[in-house]
Design a protein around this ligand. Structure first.
Ligand code: AKG
Ligand code: FE2
Length: 260
């Protein structure tokens, strides 16, 4: 495969001039040709889980959907050849965990904040069809205090979620077949892939956000031991119905869907 990307072309993020702050963005992280070659690898060379909805494959350390951190039982997997030229070079080291996800039309990912305890920096590369991502703040608050911003995840764009948006806003993709754009036009969802890169946190998160930070919740003693996720995994209807919140601030049903 032609992988002639120089280091600079992988380190060209600039902050979007919008609120929330902390969204760093790079259009055309790769060329359309390169994107097509990747999609063909995804479609013909990789073995995906056999089920409907969003599908995930992991490289480096494996993401543990019970703890939302690194799965200690699964050995490190080297990054495959196709992935190597897609690794951002803007951090001081390569990511510890990389997740390739396939979203068939209609699939989404529930609003969530990636675990503060486990992870520091987060990046996502979008491939295939565009999709709207919803950023939200203040879920537990009165309607007028809730904030919601949509960003269009364009194919071949690299996004870093840092600072305010990474720590204090959730991100998610609604499960639906179309997206309505700001100009009112309706865009039909098509196949999308994303590559999420996560850097393990060194030291503890000090953000203190007791609504979204699992470290802040643990210090307060309010962390509910990922109860909703465990309950959902065990199929415990009553716990699911009670809607107990997971530490990352989303509910049992959503947690079960995130953990796929
Ligand atoms: O698909 C994306 O762009 C984002 C995925 C995501 O938020 C995650 O895997 O935690
Ligand atoms: Fe995420």
């Amino acid at each position: 495969m032609d992988t002639h990307l120089d280091t600079d072309s992988r380190n060209n993020l600039t902050e979007l001039p919008i609120s929330p702050s902390g969204i760093l963005w790079q259009n055309d992280f790769i060329t359309p040709d390169h994107e097509q070659r990747l999609i063909s690898i995804f479609q013909t060379e990789l073995t995906w889980p056999e089920r409907n909805g969003r599908l995930s494959l992991h490289y480096g350390y494996t993401f543990d959907y019970k703890t939302f951190g690194i799965d200690p039982d699964i050995p490190y997997k080297e990054f495959p050849e196709w992935l190597q030229p897609l690794i951002p070079t803007s951090e001081s080291r390569p990511p510890d965990q990389v997740c390739l996800q396939y979203y068939p039309p209609g699939a989404g990912i529930p609003p969530h904040v990636d675990s503060h305890r486990a992870w520091d920096q987060l990046y996502a590369l979008s491939l295939g069809a565009p999709v709207l991502m919803a950023l939200k703040k203040g879920k537990g608050k009165a309607k007028e205090e809730q904030q919601r911003v949509e960003i269009d995840l364009l194919p071949r764009s690299m996004m870093k979620l840092g600072g305010e948006v990474r720590l204090h806003w959730t991100h998610g993709i609604a499960k639906r077949k179309t997206d309505t754009l700001p100009d009112g036009s309706v865009r039909i969802r098509k196949d999308r892939w994303s590559i999420t890169y996560r850097w393990a946190r060194e030291g503890e998160c000090e953000c203190g956000d007791t609504e979204l930070c699992d470290t802040a919740q643990a210090r307060l003693g309010t962390e509910k031991e990922k109860r909703s996720v465990l309950a959902a995994a065990a199929g415990a209807e009553s716990d699911i119905k009670s809607g107990s919140e997971s530490p990352s601030g989303f509910q049992a049903q959503e947690a079960a869907e995130y953990g796929r």
